[in-house]
Design a protein around this ligand. Structure first.
Ligand code: XIL
Length: 378
């Protein structure tokens, strides 16, 4: 064997060996995302603001695409935006939202058809500012619901039909809806939504559902709707929680009593504030606001490790509970993508720095994300 031939052979054998090793190696294992890990448990969702589906906030858009499997519009489908004047609908942003969800293979929810808040002023009154009659309000609700639900028929998979009709003590919220129509506005809304899209899922959604009195009224409400043969698929427990409220036990009890009515449960607006609350057991009444005070904003420069660990551990406990009851839960949705996006930075006190979501201000997952992924394998 001449020397040249020998060297050539060694070279090719070497190349072949390297190739073989390369082929045999598993590709660098891509860490599972939340979306993949929870695939067989429940949808994992996020609320999206307009900037996140319009190519403006590309950071949160990327995080949403990579990690979530369901979306809900944070504001653009509320009635004050969809029908600012009677008969004049504005669908530009809602259309974009739905198209974005389809392009990214998301379970698309609509939020929300009937709510006392973020509703246009004209909806409940006549030209003199007096409450309209029950007949006129019924007609207006029917027109709004029918127009909106039919527009997205077959594309939006579930609607928050009625939002926040019950107060924390279990009594009815004395909204214009209730003042004019009494309890009847709820079955009417469910009926109109079902008529507009018989296949779409329909939900009742509310906050502070871990309060027994409130939960009990919602349970009654679900039963009444079912007795009347109306469709209701799930109850949304919003889940705007704090470091010391509610207890896991109270949350679990409510979850179980809601599920016992035969509907599914969804955690629809999850966020965990670390900030001091000006009011114990705040719930999420958007109309309750407090003035800014420096003492109420202790982590403007960053979160101490001890607090962030406590946050992580509490969020982990809630997810452990959701996984324990994944047979009853169809979706868990965070109310926002990254900490910078959270409404909790401005509610109930404006201008604070909160750390309420699963992804930090740079779009990095917090440690709890890996904890949740690990728990799915247990
Ligand atoms: C909030 C949005 O996040 C804010 O941007 C807006 O200013 C007020 O509404 N319960 C709900 C949500 O059902 O629609 C609310 O969203 C938060 C409380």
């Amino acid at each position: 064997m001449n020397y040249k031939f020998f060297m050539k052979t060694i070279f090719y054998v070497g190349v072949l060996a390297l190739f073989a090793v390369g082929c045999g190696q598993t590709p660098q294992s891509k860490t599972a995302t939340l979306r993949d890990a929870l695939k067989d448990k429940f949808y994992i969702g996020t609320a999206l603001s307009v900037s996140q589906f319009s190519g403006i906030d590309t950071l949160s858009e990327r995080v949403a695409k990579e990690n979530f499997s369901a979306i809900v519009p944070e504001n653009c489908m509320k009635s004050m935006f969809l029908q600012p004047k009677e008969g004049e609908f504005f669908f530009d942003e809602a259309d974009k939202y739905v198209a974005w969800g389809e392009a990214n293979n998301m379970w698309i929810t609509g939020h929300c058809l009937v709510w006392h808040s973020q509703a246009p002023d004209w909806l409940f009154v006549d030209e003199n500012g007096n409450n309209v009659s029950p007949e006129i309000l019924t007609e207006r609700l029917k027109n709004h619901i029918t127009t909106v639900v039919s527009r997205y028929k077959g594309r939006i998979k579930g609607w928050d039909v009625v939002n926040e009709a019950i107060l924390d003590d279990g009594s009815w919220r004395n909204s214009k809806l209730y003042e004019i129509l009494g309890e009847e506005f709820i079955p009417l809304a469910f009926q109109f939504a079902h008529e507009a899209d018989p296949d779409v899922e329909l939900y009742y959604n509310d906050y502070s559902m871990a309060l027994p009195a409130k939960c009990a009224t919602v349970v009654e409400l679900v039963k009444k709707l079912k007795e009347r043969g109306l469709r209701i698929d799930a109850v949304g427990m919003q889940g705007h929680i704090g470091m010391d409220y509610p207890t896991l036990e109270a949350f679990e009890n409510s979850l179980l009593s809601l599920a016992s009515t035969g509907v599914k449960v969804m955690i629809t607006e999850l966020d965990l504030t670390v900030l001091p609350s000006p009011n114990p057991n705040m719930g999420a009444a958007v109309e309750t606001n407090f003035d800014y005070q420096k003492e109420l904003n202790p982590y403007a420069e960053g979160l101490p490790d001890s607090v962030s660990q406590a946050w992580d551990s509490r969020m982990g406990e809630f997810f452990a509970l959701f996984l324990k009851h994944s047979d009853k839960i169809t979706r868990v949705t965070l109310w926002g993508v990254c900490d910078k996006d959270s409404w909790r930075n401005d509610w109930p006190v404006p201008g604070r720095t909160d750390y309420a979501l699963l992804f930090d201000r740079q779009g990095n997952p917090k440690p709890v994300v890996q904890t949740i992924i690990n728990k799915t394998k247990e």
